[in-house]
Design a binder for this molecule. Structure first.
Ligand code: IMP
Length: 200
């Protein structure tokens, strides 16, 4: 089976490839399509559906879309849906590096006792124009006071998994995929994909 994925983010692609073994995943770039969805919706769900629909309209073949980010309780849920553009000085045209975003986040959180936060992933499988499935999953954690670890991407180095005693960036890809928001959402989509064979 082949799914077109609504992202060119190399880190996400790598994780998704591990999460969907036996499924051929094609990025927009691999299909020769320039795809840059403007994340205008207020929710992960809205952006996930929006990305899936935008790519489906271009490709007219089954699509998988992921919209994800980090929500920090003490910051009212920020960076949230703006995780990719957090701290951008011009509303998103210039994007800070992951290291800059993490530094900014740690500064904003300086002295705050409530460090609870979660990664969120809304994943959409769009099979055809009016047939789609969206799931949303989370991974609960605590915001660290300093970055740790060199694996993963984005906010992984500042995200502590209390049950593991490790940051997300200290986990192997396999372990991250077992525990993460994306891994949990993908498991649900895999089971929907499996059920489609029984209920075509
Ligand atoms: P988007 O889903 O393309 O809007 O981007 C999500 C942004 O959230 C990424 O650019 C990262 O900054 C962050 N993010 C999403 N998933 C992860 C993850 O698994 N680890 C660390 N950061 C993540």
């Amino acid at each position: 089976m082949e799914l077109h994925i609504a992202t060119n983010n190399a880190h996400k692609v790598r994780e998704l490839e591990e999460l969907f073994p036996g499924t051929r995943l094609r990025t927009p770039a691999q299909s020769g399509i320039s795809f840059d969805y403007d994340e205008v919706e207020a929710t992960f769900l809205g952006n996930s559906l929006g990305k899936a629909r935008a790519l489906y309209d271009l490709i007219r073949a089954p699509v998988l879309a992921d919209d994800s980010g980090l929500c920090v309780d003490a910051l009212g849920g920020a960076p949230g849906v703006k995780s990719a553009r957090y701290g951008s000085p011009d509303g998103g045209r210039t994007v800070l590096s992951a290291r800059e975003k993490n530094e900014l986040l740690l500064r904003e959180m300086e002295g705050r006792r409530d460090r609870s936060c979660r990664f969120v992933c809304a994943m959409t499988l769009m099979v055809s124009e009016h047939r789609f499935f969206t799931v949303q999953e989370t991974c609960e954690g605590l915001l660290l006071e300093a970055p740790r670890g060199g694996e993963g991407f984005g906010y992984d180095p500042v995200f502590l998994l209390p049950g593991e005693g490790l940051s997300m960036a200290e986990l192997s890809l396999e372990r991250k995929n077992r525990l993460s928001h994306r891994g949990r959402a993908a498991a649900r989509i895999r089971s929907i994909l499996g059920s489609l064979a029984a209920l075509p």
